[in-house]
Design a protein. Structure first.
Length: 210
């Protein structure tokens, strides 16, 4: 699943989001760079730092206060809201881009759902609270899409291009930082096949919907 998601995200960014963003706004590239770097900084100085701190102190303080779980919950909820905005921005341009953006979001949100549940359980949350928090993270995406549906109604094409570049940056960062490194843990030919299959799905969907 992770290998397939990696292929989907990389292909969606390079074959759909980036070209479309440049067509709408030829100065959209900074949005891609800013998005990529923003995700790096959040992961580097928030998520990774808290996990490192937890290991240093045996997990006692953080297990008691649930700080790691709360930070992960807030971060992934905001990310899910952004995913919803990305989907709406795609549909605001055309049906094809909206479908491609939705496929990309779904592909990486499934493993993210398992991740947030694992983090919360590891941090001492009960199964009920873990289920509630995980559901909130999942519902943040349609909430973001609904919010963006109204906010993007009169947005300029230049801003749409910038938002698509931001989406591309987030897709590329997730693939490069989290998903592709995971695929290197397996030496099976199936892993390579799944990456290529994910990319092929996006290319094929673009050809059919386009």
């Amino acid at each position: 699943l992770i290998s397939f998601a990696a292929g989907v995200l990389v292909a969606a960014a390079f074959t759909e989001l980036i070209p479309e963003s440049l067509e709408l706004n030829d100065a959209a590239v900074p949005g891609l760079l800013l998005s990529f770097l923003a995700f790096y900084l959040v992961e580097r100085y928030v998520l990774i730092h808290t996990h490192h701190h937890e290991h240093e102190h045996g997990g006692e303080t953080f297990a008691h206060t649930h700080a790691v779980g709360i930070i992960a919950f807030v971060g992934l909820t905001l990310h899910s809201l952004l995913d919803g905005i990305i989907i709406s921005a795609g549909f605001e341009v055309n049906l094809e881009l909206g479908m491609i953006a939705a496929l990309g979001v779904i592909a990486h949100e499934i493993p993210e759902g398992f991740s947030i549940a694992s983090i919360l359980l590891y941090d001492g949350f009960t199964r009920v609270r873990t289920l509630i928090y995980s559901t909130i993270v999942a519902l943040a995406t349609p909430a973001g899409a609904l919010l963006a549906f109204f906010l993007l109604e009169d947005v300029s094409t230049g801003m749409l291009g910038f938002l698509l570049a931001v989406a591309a940056g987030s897709f590329l960062y997730i693939a490069a930082s989290d998903l592709i490194p995971e695929t290197h843990q397996s030496h099976s030919a199936v892993t390579v096949f799944l990456v290529l299959a994910g990319a092929a799905l996006i290319v094929g969907a673009g050809a059919i919907l386009g």
